[in-house]
Design a protein around this ligand. Structure first.
Ligand SMILES: Cc1ncc(COP(=O)(O)O)c(C=O)c1O
Length: 385
């Protein structure tokens, strides 16, 4: 099946003569079993609310189909998906390689939490060569963590190369695949052992709940993920699983519109005198653009621009003038967002050197003409400030 069909057909109720189109919300803590043998059934059956009900299984099935993986498990948030996936593979005395462009709370987890448990993190340049990555590997390196494209600055990573280096050293490659929504990129087909998402973004798509997904490449990996989630006591509400699956039904249509609007905005912004350059994986100027062309089938709605240097009071006027673009930490919903981001604050492997402010846009589903009018208003206000 093609992705558009998978998004419509996976995780639907079946096996009953008549049934609703959508899998109903099945809320439960206690599950009752008709027989002793049913009580002892394996992990994939529905045994206890924390381990998921048919609402969770339906979402897991749809995400597994989309990510072309072996099995998907749910986490309470995208961040929990990142942290649990790492915890599944490390023990005291181990070492991991983390991309320097990781989502900042993922970095904080490594620096503040993993460190306390004796797991060391080395940050690497997201577009480092095979030789440079191989040189960072140690006998105790258990995980290479990639996020492609990277948070805030969108460097596209060479996942097949990272998978090779990881596997040559007995480590696993974990990929934060949130930007592509599993629609434009298939990390597991490119060699990754785990592809995870903040489903909070595009899968949910409506900015109203948090869910994480962790998709494993094979049974052995899946067992480790399952036990980590089980032992940490992670749980997603059935209502949130339902919302994420409902969001997936329209994912292809939404993403194609996000892509179109983002490309139009990025092109328009690239011609503005206030902009130094655009950072969008589909643009030749983006680090790793050739890898994006090789490994992705499209681009989503999130990108950044580097503005020419501007005094902070004028920048504030720019942001305060928007009527459509909102200022919010998330992305992936139907609404457009625009925030000032600071890659210079947290990079340690590669210093962020560009002078002007970095502004991250999420292109929503509004009419592009209205978005451009909103931007023109903000630039005009900044000019007068
Ligand atoms: C790339 C990426 N990964 C993970 C997360 C965390 O997702 P959540 O907010 O659901 O914890 C985010 C959130 O912004 C993100 O941008």
């Amino acid at each position: 099946m093609k992705d558009k069909t998978k998004l419509v057909a996976s995780g639907r109720p079946h096996g009953r003569p008549s049934h609703p189109v959508n899998m109903p919300v099945e809320r439960a803590s206690t599950i009752l079993f008709p027989t002793y043998d049913d009580f002892l059934a394996g992990a994939r059956s529905i045994t206890y609310g924390r381990l998921g009900t048919s609402s969770h299984r339906a979402l897991e099935e749809a995400v597994t189909a989309l990510e072309v993986g072996y099995e998907t498990r749910l986490a309470p948030s995208g961040l929990a998906a990142c942290t649990t996936a790492i915890l599944a593979f490390v023990a005291a005395g181990d070492h991991i390689l983390m991309t320097d462009t990781a989502y900042d709370p993922t970095r904080k987890f490594c620096d503040n939490f993993l460190q306390r448990f004796g797991v060391e993190t080395t940050y690497y340049d997201p577009v480092a060569s095979r030789a440079d990555i191989a040189a960072l590997m140690r006998p105790n390196t258990k995980v290479i963590f990639a996020e492609s494209p990277g948070s805030l600055t969108f460097e596209v990573q060479d996942l097949p190369m990272l998978a090779d280096v990881a596997h040559d050293n007995g480590a696993v490659l974990i990929v934060d695949n949130t930007w592509s929504a599993g629609y434009f990129c298939k990390p597991i087909s490119l060699g990754a052992d785990v592809s995870l998402q903040a489903a909070t973004k595009y899968l949910v798509g409506h900015s109203d709940c948090l869910v994480g997904t962790i998709t494993s490449a094979d049974e052995q990996i899946a067992k480790k993920i399952y036990y980590a989630l089980l032992q940490l006591g992670a749980n997603v509400s059935a209502d949130d699983a339902y919302l994420a699956l409902r969001g997936m039904r329209t994912l292809s249509a939404r993403l194609e519109q996000h892509e179109e609007n983002a490309l139009a905005l990025a092109k328009w912004l690239g011609k503005r005198p206030e902009i130094e350059h655009v950072i969008h994986p589909a643009f030749r100027s983006c680090p790793g653009h050739n890898i994006w062309k090789r490994d992705f089938t499209g681009s989503s709605g999130l990108f950044s621009v580097v503005m020419k240097p501007v005094p902070l009071p004028a920048l504030k006027v720019f942001f305060n003038a928007f009527k459509l673009f909102g200022m919010g930490f998330s992305w992936g919903g139907f609404e457009s967002l625009c925030i000032h981001v600071r890659p210079d604050h947290n990079r340690t492997a590669v210093e962020w050197k560009t002078g002007g402010p970095v502004v991250r846009f999420h292109a929503g589903l509004e009419d592009i003409e209205d978005l451009i009018i909103d931007l023109e208003r903000a630039f005009a206000a900044m000019e007068q400030a």
